[in-house]
Ligand binder design. Structure first.
Ligand SMILES: *Cc1c(COP(=O)(O)O)cnc(C)c1O
Length: 395
């Protein structure tokens, strides 16, 4: 097989051809500024309105509650920093989890430096937030709870309904980073009592550099990017019309085909998991088996280095990841894998495979065969494995 097999859709996805096609005219013929009075501007304005309507409908919310941003990170920063400031008279305590994306964790660290107090709730061995701990962490001065919808590394889907209900009962704002979930699994903002939600275009076959923050009507929040009056005075900056159009089209496709995409991805996912568990010894599936994104597979293989595994898989045309893209280049094991209790050496030997609707069963067979071969080869070179085998033989 000389073709590339892309299994890193949690890092980014291919922009769908339909999204690209929808975007193109807004670079060339319809380049008007969406704020301009004349017809050319109105065309851009209408295109933004249409995308906003599609996205609002996908969440069953009002279009006036959707604010376009330059991606998921900006939406996360905005939700946390602006809400923290707006509600500081009520208190300065924030609750989040230990397995959030760095866009949340590093923003929390920034807020700690600014005098806020943050409680990081632990997760269990499957990566599910400990609800009992979360409830106990709530105080009089807690103003915000931010827990991700689904984890980008291990795919665990959190008990969002329970967290939302808990927050609402206590009158605390609830934000969720839904970047990995939006367009991949159904999200009922109303039933889940979500006040703010972040999403990103490039994780759902839309373009990079565009995202949105849903802000429930009535939530006090100041603007984050200061300047013009765009996005109802809450997010300045000339609208990224092609990006927004592309995101809208990607969202339309994702929600239109969600059921089929989920069924197909979970079939491939379960096949991968089953074959790897059966055929490769000393491995461990990371993340919850049931409450899991349909496209996520994450394994740790003992006695090997994830980095070497990735390089050798790359030589076989397979694009995968050993943690989150943001941590590649650093030798620290992923904070998520440590949070679920993996020892450093096991966390280091981990592999994340994230699927798209383009993957096939044939590819899955090729991939498992490749992983088997590479893991075996790396173990043969590993002194740790040699020691382990000797010990086993003595017993
Ligand atoms: C990718 C990702 C982000 C960041 O989104 P960008 O659009 O790349 O800024 C935030 N949170 C999670 C869970 C992600 O997977």
């Amino acid at each position: 097989m000389d073709k590339m097999i892309y299994l890193d859709n949690a890092a980014t996805t291919k922009t769908s051809p339909q999204a690209v096609e929808a975007m193109l005219p807004y670079f060339t013929e319809r380049y008007g500024n969406a704020s301009s009075i004349y017809q050319l501007g109105a065309e851009s304005r209408q295109a933004v309105t249409k995308a906003r309507d599609i996205i609002a409908e996908s969440l069953q919310v009002n279009p006036a509650e959707i604010y376009f941003t330059a991606g998921g990170s900006e939406a996360d920063n905005w939700a946390l920093i602006a809400a923290a400031e707006c509600y500081k008279d009520k208190g300065k305590h924030i609750i989040t989890s230990t397995i959030e994306h760095h866009a949340i964790l590093h923003t929390c660290q920034y807020l700690e430096k600014k005098g806020y107090e943050v409680t990081y709730i632990d997760v269990d061995e499957n990566g599910i937030v400990k609800m009992e701990d979360l409830r106990k962490a709530i105080r009089q001065d807690t103003i915000l709870i931010s827990v991700m919808f689904a984890n980008n590394e291990i795919g665990t889907i959190q008990p969002i309904a329970e967290i939302g209900r808990t927050a609402r009962e206590k009158g605390i704002l609830f934000h969720t980073d839904a970047v990995q979930a939006y367009g991949h699994v159904p999200i009922d903002v109303e039933a889940l009592a979500i006040d703010m939600l972040s999403a990103s275009g490039h994780k759902v076959n839309g373009p990079k550099g565009v995202g949105f923050l849903y802000i429930r009507k009535g939530v006090k929040i100041r603007s984050f990017i200061h300047g013009g009056a765009q996005e109802r005075r809450r997010r300045a900056g000339t609208e990224n019309v092609p990006g927004i159009v592309g995101f809208g089209e990607a969202a339309r496709l994702a929600f239109g085909q969600m059921k089929e995409r989920m069924e197909k991805a979970s079939r491939l996912r379960d096949y991968l998991i089953e074959r790897i568990e059966k055929e490769i010894p000393y491995c461990r599936l990371n993340g919850d088996r049931i409450n899991r994104l349909p496209n996520n597979v994450n394994f740790s293989f003992r006695f090997i280095e994830g980095e070497s595994l990735l390089i050798m898989l790359d030589m076989k045309g397979i694009c995968a990841s050993s943690g989150s893209a943001c941590t590649s280049g650093s030798l620290d094991p992923s904070h998520v894998l440590l949070a679920i209790g993996l020892p450093h050496e096991i966390a280091h030997g981990s592999l994340r495979l994230t699927l798209s609707e383009e993957n096939t069963m044939e590819e899955m067979d090729y991939v498992v065969d490749a992983i088997k071969e590479v893991v075996d080869r790396l173990r043969q070179m590993s002194p740790l494995y040699e020691d382990f085998v000797k010990k086993e033989q003595k017993q």
